[in-house]
Design a protein around this ligand. Structure first.
Ligand SMILES: *Cc1c(COP(=O)(O)O)cnc(C)c1O
Length: 231
C-alpha cells in the first residue's frame, strides 16, 4: 500500500536515507513534530498519519490545543524556554521537557510532577555557542547539573538538547559532534542516558549523521511560520 506523498512521508524517507548513510537503525531516531503556531486541526491531521510526538514552545498555546487532541495517545514535548512560574503546568501536562538548564527549574518540575504520572523525561539544554540571548547552560556545567538528578526521583534524565546557531551546516555539524561527545562522556557514569535532541528542519540529516536520537522539525512539516512568532 503506497503512502500518499505528504511532507511527513518525504521526511520519513530522508530520515531513513540519513540513517542508512550513517549505518544507523532508523528506529533509533524519533521525529518530534514542532507544532508551535499550528492549530489542533493541523496536529490532528499529522496524528492521523501516525505521527505521535509533538513539540510545543509556548505553554498557554499548548494547553489551549491539548484538550481537542486528548485520547489520541500523543506524546507532548516542551521545548521552549521555561520560567519558574510555568513549571507546574509543564509538569502536569507534558511527557518530556527538553529545555531544563538550571537546578531550580529541575527541582520545581520534580516537586510538581503529579504522583499518578510516570517520571518526567528530561533533557538538559546546552548553549553551545555561549550566546547570551539563548537559553541553555554552558557545556562545562553539564556534568555537575546531571549529577544532581539523584535528588529528583520524579524526573528521568535522558540526555542533552541544543539549538546550534543557525548558520553554516558545517558549524552545526561541529556543534552536534560536541554535544554527542559530551553525552558519551556522561554515559561513563550515567549509562541510562540515551537521548540527543538535536537537528531542525534545515540540518536534521547532518544531526542524524552525528548521532541525533530526537529531531525537532517544524517548518519542514508544516511550512513557514508567521514571522512574528518565529523562533
Ligand atoms: C521552532 C523550534 C524547532 C523547529 O524549527 P524548524 O526550523 O521550523 O524545524 C525546533 N526546536 C526548537 C527548540 C524550536 O523552538
Amino acid at each position: 500500500m503506497p503512502d500518499a506523498d505528504t511532507p511527513l512521508t518525504s521526511i520519513r524517507a530522508r530520515i531513513h536515507a540519513a540513517c542508512t548513510a550513517a549505518d544507523r537503525d532508523p528506529d533509533t531516531v524519533t521525529l518530534v513534530a514542532v507544532s508551535k503556531t499550528r492549530g489542533a486541526d493541523e496536529i490532528a491531521a499529522l496524528a492521523d498519519q501516525g505521527q505521535r510526538h509533538f513539540g510545543e514552545n509556548y505553554l498557554q498555546e499548548a494547553l489551549d490545543k491539548m484538550p481537542a487532541l486528548a485520547g489520541r495517545g500523543l506524546i507532548w514535548h516542551f521545548i521552549g524556554p521555561l520560567q519558574s512560574n510555568k513549571t507546574r503546568e509543564v509538569a502536569e501536562h507534558f511527557h518530556w521537557v527538553h529545555s531544563v538548564d538550571r537546578a531550580k527549574i529541575a527541582r520545581r518540575l520534580n516537586d510538581q510532577r503529579p504522583a499518578d504520572l510516570p517520571p518526567l523525561e528530561v533533557c538538559l539544554q546546552v548553549n553551545l555557542d555561549n550566546e547570551d540571548s539563548k537559553s541553555g547552560l554552558p557545556l562545562a556545567e553539564v556534568p555537575a547539573l546531571a549529577a544532581r538528578f539523584g535528588e529528583w526521583p520524579r524526573l528521568r534524565l535522558r540526555g542533552l538538547m541544543a539549538i546550534p546557531r543557525a548558520d553554516a551546516q558545517d558549524h552545526n555539524r561541529a556543534a552536534f559532534r560536541q554535544l554527542a561527545m559530551t553525552l558519551s562522556q556522561l554515559r561513563n557514569t550515567m549509562p541510562a542516558l540515551d537521548t540527543l535532541s538535536m537537528g531542525m528542519s534545515a540540518d536534521y540529516p547532518v544531526a542524524i549523521e552525528e548521532g541525533a536520537t530526537l529531531i525537532r522539525l517544524g517548518t519542514a512539516l508544516f511550512g513557514p511560520r508567521p514571522p512574528k512568532q518565529d523562533g
